[in-house]
Design a protein around this ligand. Structure first.
Ligand SMILES: N[C@@H](CCC(=O)N[C@@H](CS)C(=O)NCC(=O)O)C(=O)O
Length: 84
């Protein structure tokens, strides 16, 4: 579930299509988020895994709990769990 009180973090890279799609969807719904570009921050995929449990980008973290990638965000939207 995402609502206006949710604290959203997105681990991303600059060249990743699903990262852009996830950010666009959240912005369209009026959410702000913290973006962490793993390459700009010198993070390896192992670092990403240790923090989020996933190795692909985006990794979307809601209130310190990993949601997953863009497909997981879409699933949340289609099941009516994004309250903008
Ligand atoms: N199904 C995932 C796809 C994510 C994905 O394929 N990310 C690519 C970058 S666009 C990636 O991290 N690839 C690295 C890998 O597969 O190891 C989602 O919707 O987030």
């Amino acid at each position: 579930m995402i609502n206006k009180a949710s604290k959203i973090k997105i681990y991303s890279t600059s060249w990743c299509g699903p990262c852009s799609s996830a950010k666009r969807l959240l912005t369209e719904k009026g959410f702000s988020y913290e973006e962490i570009d793993i390459e700009e921050n010198g993070m390896s995929r192992d670092d990403l895994f240790n923090i989020t449990g996933g190795r692909t980008v985006p990794q979307i973290v809601i209130d310190e709990k990993t949601l997953g990638g863009y497909d997981d965000l879409l699933e949340l939207e289609s099941s009516g769990q994004i309250f903008s």
